[in-house]
Write a new protein. Structure first.
Length: 452
C-alpha cells in the first residue's frame, strides 16, 4: 500500500514533467508550421518556395525554442530539488562586453561586426554554443520530450490501458472463454485494477530514472555530488574541531578543579597529619581537635571528587540510563519539571552523555533566564531517531547567538549529526527540540512520566 500511496503522490510530479517537456516540442513545431505556412502561401508551392520555407521554418523553430532553453532547465532543476532533495548547480561563463574599435567595428569577444545589433546576436549565438551549461540546457530541451516518451510513456500507457479495461467490461459485451456478462465484467475490473496498481507502483521509479537522466545531462561533471560531499566534509571538520576543543576545555576544567579543590585539601590534610604526629605526646587535646578538622576536610575532598566525577559522567547515567538520569536532574531542579521517557533501550554511551548534558544545560538556562515555573522534557525514539523536546512556560525570546549556550549545544549535537531547533516567541512558551540519528544498544525499556 505504501508503494501505491507513493505512486498516487507522484501523479503531480508526472504532470510537471510532462508540462516541462512541452516547450521543447510545441514551441518549435508551432513556430515552424506558422512560418512555413505563411511563406508557402505567399510564394506558392514551388521548389524554391518550399526550400525558402524550410530554411525560415528552421530559423523560426530555433528562435521559438531559445526562450524555452533556460526556462525548461530551471523548471527541471527545481523539480529535482523538490522531489529528490538534490540540488543541481548551474554556473554560466561570463559573456564578454561588446567593444567598438577605432574603425567603428564591434568586437564580440569572438568576431568583428559592422552593426551593433548583428554583433549582439552573433555574440549570443557564439556564447550559447561555447558555454557548457547552456549547451547542456539545449541538449536537455531536445532530450526531455524523448525521455518522457520513452521512460514514462509505456508506464502511463499501461495504466491508461488498465483504466480502459476496467470500465470496458461494464460498457461493452466481453467474453473470456465460457465466461460472459457480469463474470466477464468482474474479470475485466480485476485485470484493469491490477494494471493500475502496477502502474502506480512503477511510476515513482520511472520518474526517478527521468530525474537522474536530467541530472546527468544538466550536471555532467557531477558538481552536485561534489558540492554535497564538500559541504559534508566541512561539517565533519567543524564538528570534529568542536569536539576536540570541547574535550580540551573539559580536560582543563578537570585539571583546574583537581588542583584548586581536592588536591589542595589533600595537601592540607597531609600537613595537618604531620602536625598531629608531633602533638600526640605534647598536646593530645590539640591533636584531637586537628584530627576532627582533618576528618571534615577529607569528607569535603571526597565530596569534591564525587562532584567532579559527576560532572565527567554521572554515576546515575552510567548505571540507570538517560531516562533516570534526567529524572534525577528534575528532582534537583528548582522548577516543576515533568519528564516523559519512551526509550525501548539505551542509546550509545557517548550520545547518551551528550544528550544528558544538553538537557542539563537547557534546564539551567530555563531557571536562570526564562523565569519559567514549569518545564516539560519529552524523550522519545521513533524511526531510528532520538528526539528530545524541552518546553518551558517562561518569557521566551531565546535565540541561537554565535557564542551562546544554544549554539554550543548545537555544536555538541553536531558531533553525532544531530540538529537543534528553537521556537521561542516573545512571551513564551519556549520549545527546544533536539533530534539525532540513533541506533539503540543494550535493552532497557523505560516509558513513563514523572514530575520532579
Amino acid at each position: 500500500m505504501d508503494l501505491v500511496r507513493t505512486g498516487i503522490g507522484s501523479i503531480g510530479w508526472l504532470g510537471a514533467v510532462v508540462v516541462s517537456s512541452l516547450p521543447g516540442v510545441a514551441a518549435p513545431v508551432l513556430g515552424a508550421l506558422l512560418v512555413s505556412g505563411t511563406v508557402l502561401a505567399v510564394t506558392g508551392y514551388s521548389d524554391a518556395g518550399a526550400l525558402f520555407a524550410f530554411v525560415l521554418a528552421l530559423a523560426a523553430a530555433v528562435l521559438m525554442a531559445s526562450p524555452a532553453v533556460r526556462l525548461n532547465a530551471g523548471w527541471t532543476r527545481s523539480q529535482i530539488e523538490r522531489r529528490c532533495g538534490v540540488q543541481v548547480p548551474v554556473s554560466y561563463t561570463a559573456r564578454p562586453e561588446l567593444e567598438m574599435d577605432e574603425r567603428g567595428y564591434w568586437w564580440t569577444g569572438y568576431s568583428y561586426h559592422r552593426g551593433q545589433g548583428v554583433a549582439r546576436a552573433a555574440q549570443l549565438v557564439h556564447w550559447s554554443l561555447r558555454d557548457p551549461a547552456t549547451r547542456a540546457e539545449m541538449v536537455w530541451l531536445l532530450v526531455n520530450p524523448v525521455a518522457v516518451l520513452v521512460l514514462l510513456g509505456p508506464v502511463v500507457g499501461f495504466g491508461l490501458g488498465g483504466v480502459i479495461l476496467t470500465f470496458s467490461g461494464f460498457m461493452t459485451y466481453q467474453t473470456y472463454g465460457p465466461v460472459s456478462g457480469a463474470g466477464a465484467a468482474l474479470i475485466s475490473a480485476v485485470l484493469g485494477g491490477t494494471m493500475v496498481l502496477l502502474t502506480l507502483a512503477l511510476l515513482p521509479h520511472a520518474l526517478r530514472v527521468h530525474a537522474d537522466l536530467a541530472r546527468r545531462i544538466l550536471d555532467p561533471n557531477g558538481r552536485a555530488s561534489n558540492i554535497q560531499l564538500t559541504r559534508r566534509v566541512v561539517e565533519l571538520t567543524e564538528t570534529r574541531a568542536d569536539a576536540v576543543g570541547s574535550q580540551a576545555a573539559e580536560l582543563r576544567r578537570i585539571e583546574r578543579d583537581l588542583h584548586d579543590g581536592a588536591q589542595a585539601r589533600l595537601v592540607s590534610i597531609g600537613l595537618t597529619l604531620g602536625t598531629i604526629e608531633h602533638l600526640l605526646e605534647s598536646d593530645p587535646d590539640a591533636a584531637k581537635q586537628l584530627l576532627a578538622e582533618t576528618r571534615e576536610s577529607s569528607a569535603k575532598a571526597l565530596q569534591e571528587l564525587r562532584d567532579l566525577v559527576k560532572g565527567i559522567h554521572p554515576p546515575v547515567l552510567a548505571e540507570r540510563g538517560l531516562g533516570d538520569a534526567v529524572r534525577a536532574l528534575a528532582l534537583d531542579s528548582t522548577q516543576d519539571v515533568e519528564v516523559t521517557v519512551g526509550l525501548p533501550s539505551r542509546p550509545e554511551l557517548p550520545m547518551e552523555a551528550a544528550v544528558y548534558f544538553s538537557i542539563s544545560e537547557l534546564l539551567v538556562n530555563a531557571a536562570k533566564h526564562s523565569g519559567a515555573q514549569h518545564v516539560w522534557v519529552d524523550i522519545l525514539h521513533r524511526a531510528g531517531r532520538l528526539r528530545v523536546t524541552v518546553t518551558d512556560d517562561g518569557r521566551g525570546g531565546a535565540t541561537k547567538t554565535p557564542r551562546g549556550g544554544l549554539r554550543g549545544i548545537e555544536r555538541r549535537l553536531g558531533t553525532f549529526d544531530g540538529v537543534l531547533s528553537v521556537s521561542s516567541p516573545l512571551g513564551g512558551p519556549t520549545t527546544i527540540t533536539m533530534e539525532l540519528p540513533c541506533a539503540l544498544s543494550s535493552p532497557r525499556t523505560s516509558t513513563s512520566s514523572e514530575k520532579g
